[in-house]
Design a protein. Sequence first.
Length: 328
Amino acid sequence: MSSNIVIPRGHSDSLLEHNGGPERAGETLAILGCGVMGTAILLGVLSAQASHLKTDGANLLPNRFKACVRRSEWADGIRSKLPPQTLESTVALHMNDNVAAVEGADMVILACQPHLFKPILEEPGMAAALQGKLIMSVLAGVTSDEIENHLQTVLPRGAFSVIRAMPNIASAVQASSTVLEARPPQHQQPLPRHFVATAHAIFSCVGAVFITQPVTFSICTTLNGSTPAFFAMVIDGLVDGAVALGLSRQEATQMAATTMRGTAELIMSGKATQDLRYEVACPGGATMQGLRTLEEARTRAVWMDAMRASTSGQSGLSEGIMVQRKVA
Ligand SMILES: NC(=O)c1ccc[n+]([C@@H]2O[C@H](COP(=O)([O-])OP(=O)(O)OC[C@H]3O[C@@H](n4cnc5c(N)ncnc54)[C@H](OP(=O)(O)O)[C@@H]3O)[C@@H](O)[C@H]2O)c1
């Protein structure tokens, strides 16, 4: 299995250096399918820019956005989350108007449901509108090859560039873990370096960015995209346990989430998970009793099974069932 290159926020490696590419890839980003994830990325980038967060390649970041939706509920939802002046000056909402949005954009994030990318790419005029532009796909279970093969029926090879990215829901609070797919050097359609740098700059606005090879991308999709739901389930269970013992739900939720964040910070500072467990669970102590309960329930094996189930569950998402999310 190929080794992954880890690029923490604010750092870059030679893969991402500009090498003769234009200084700016473009200024306007169209988000095709601005639902939960599209809105999270939009809010994350806007908030990073508002807080003057300096990322590598900040000069590559878009400064105007086109949020594409097809239901008015989504448009209302986005409007309610943005300051009104942003809507006038920075973010344009496009309802059932994808082609015009892409025509007026320099780069695109494809963020519709995985099974809907083909009808969107097949809209009359879409292929021409995409020509020469960077397409960043966050679609789970849809490979770059699938998108490229689909576009190659109408556009010549090399007329577009697809970069696969897998952010997570914490993009909205700039705490995502995002993986970008590297192109093997022998790939028949290499990616322009300034496009890779642009994608890196955008996703750096919403958290840490990692790079992985195509062969490991689906594992990273689960680890980055799905595990916020897993971690939420851990907190849910702990909170229910605390509430059952008499603590208020609000206090329990705050404490459990804060403790999860602190544990993550310790691990990210270099502490091994096993050392951490041993340091918390002193011999004969109460924590060890709790760990024993977790071991009896095969908890670690269950997490391993969940990783496998989510990773193998990605195949076929591009042909998936038509489920529309209820707009929150
Ligand atoms: N949510 C996550 O945590 C997460 C994490 C990683 C990756 N992803 C990926 O991100 C993508 C979006 O996921 P999501 O959770 O954000 O789903 P979502 O909330 O359902 O968002 C998808 C959006 O695309 C819109 N859309 C569909 N067809 C369209 C069209 N023809 N023109 C314009 N807009 C259109 C949908 O509108 P309708 O509702 O009206 O169809 C919806 O607003 C998926 O491919 C998913 O695999 C999601």
